[in-house]
Design a protein around this ligand. Structure first.
Ligand code: PA5
Length: 447
């Protein structure tokens, strides 16, 4: 197996190589602080050595639970929000057939998601879809008290019990939550659900390689051992023994901080494979929640190319010059499609006849890169040899490690998210939740 590869030289027309190399000691110190547990948020470093600490018994147990759901369900609903669903969805989407739900020869249940919004129509339509279907639930919430997933779980648990009977339903529900606290843990113990623990020292957005991600990914039929192996190899490569010049996480953290300092306040994560859309959503949460605090932080945005070249392309080419882009480039497609020749050639595309569609995509990628550099957009590139479990595992861990280093370089705590509480307080006050009486009075006076 190769490694995913980071290339940063197309940023050097905008910031100097020397200025990025100048981060050598800061980035190495940040990496060391992570490993020695001496930096901010050091009670949330459980993700750091997670890949190498996953043992055979744990993987076998997750695979076994996945097998039970796979054998007994047509549909599995993954309930969770933020870090409790984005990682699983990112990997499952990246590896699934694009028309997955229409495949007649499916070997795994269809995976759908709930608890990631409070859309009444969404939940109604989901309930309708699940009517008379054999479905199971993986309910994921570290705190066990988050409103969105708790609400979805209440609805779907009731439906499952009505359709299957209470006892049978218990066998089709798995809870992934805190080891002791929270309503989901209490419920799981009371009902006797199969459970997995999210360790105290693993924050939601860093939890994809825990059962939060591994269980749904295994249910969807993907090889979690390869995913973990990829992450293990990246854990080793991004360790403190690797010099700054060879450490992709340290390099990425350094160059994005230098670009930020030079006025590039927005980072756009770009893909040329629509299957990677949710990898970008996962990445947006990871970097947004980790760095966006203390009035600091690069704004993480994302686009799917070439689709969004026809919508956001204008802004990227000629809008305010405060952006840089990081392209996830997949070297080799998993399938081959050749452009056919056409005698009439009315569309004028015969110059492409015999070429692979991927070659057209690659030339779009290269052409865009050069155009954007000409337009003042620095470019970073992360190459994946292929879209498979191993390289996705590498990519996920690479982004996590770089995020920790980058946050420390920036001077923030990359492992908390105090700002997420503000909306919840207002929502509870508006909904007149018991205990919020004073806040209710105060907020109603503002309306
Ligand atoms: O990264 C985070 O901590 C958040 O995105 C959480 O994952 C999200 O808010 C869901 O929280 P919980 O798992 O407690 O329901």
């Amino acid at each position: 197996m190769q490694n995913i590869k980071l290339t940063i030289d197309k940023a050097f027309g905008f910031v100097s190589k020397e200025s990025v190399t100048g981060y050598k000691s800061t980035a190495s110190a940040a990496n060391k602080a992570l490993h020695e547990g001496t930096g901010k948020g050091n009670d949330f470093l459980g993700w750091l050595n997670l890949p190498t600490s996953i043992d055979e018994a744990h993987l076998a147990d997750v695979e076994n639970t996945a097998k039970i759901l796979r054998e007994n369900c047509e549909v599995v609903v993954v309930i969770g929000i933020g870090g409790s669903y984005l990682g699983a969805k990112a990997v499952i989407d990246a590896l699934s057939n694009s028309f997955d739900w229409l495949q007649s020869d499916r070997k795994a249940p269809v995976i759908v998601y709930a608890g990631q919004n409070i859309g009444e129509d969404y939940l109604y339509e989901l309930q309708e879809l699940l009517k008379n279907k054999k479905f199971g639930i993986i309910s994921i919430s570290k705190s066990g008290t988050t409103t969105e997933p708790a609400l979805a779980f209440r609805l779907l648990k009731t439906q499952l019990e009505q359709q299957q009977g209470k006892e049978a339903a218990k066998q089709l529900i798995v809870a992934v939550t805190d080891k002791a606290r929270g309503a989901l843990r209490t419920l799981a113990v009371q009902e006797g659900y199969k459970t997995y623990v999210i360790e105290d020292n693993i924050g939601g957005r860093y939890s994809v390689l825990s059962p939060v991600g591994l269980l749904p990914i295994a249910v969807a039929g993907f090889d979690i051992r390869q995913l973990v192996q990829g992450a293990v190899s990246m854990e080793k490569l991004c360790g403190t023994d690797t010099p700054f010049e060879d450490n992709p996480a340290a390099q990425y953290a350094a160059v994005r901080n230098e670009l930020y300092k030079s006025g590039k306040k927005i980072e756009i994560l770009v893909n040329y494979h629509p299957k990677l859309h949710f990898v970008s959503e996962w990445w947006k949460q990871l970097y947004g929640e980790s760095e966006g605090k203390d009035n600091l932080g690069i704004f993480p945005a994302a686009v799917d190319f070439t689709t969004d070249l026809h919508s956001m392309g204008q802004w990227i080419q000629e809008g305010e010059r405060t952006i840089f882009e990081t392209v996830i480039s997949v070297q080799e497609s998993n399938h081959k499609v050749l452009v056919p020749s056409d005698t009439a050639n009315l569309d004028g595309l015969n110059f492409l006849a015999g070429k692979r569609v991927d070659e057209v995509n690659k030339m779009a990628e290269l052409g865009t890169l050069l155009a954007h550099i000409d337009g003042g957009v620095p470019n970073l590139k992360i190459e994946l040899p292929k879209l498979n479990e191993f390289y996705l595992g590498q990519l996920l861990y690479f982004f996590e490690k770089a995020c920790g280093i980058s946050g420390y370089i920036l001077g923030v705590n990359p492992f908390d998210q105090p700002g997420v509480e503000a909306y919840k307080k207002n929502m509870f006050a508006l909904l007149e939740k018991p205990g919020f009486e004073e806040a209710t009075k105060a907020i109603k006076a503002r309306l």
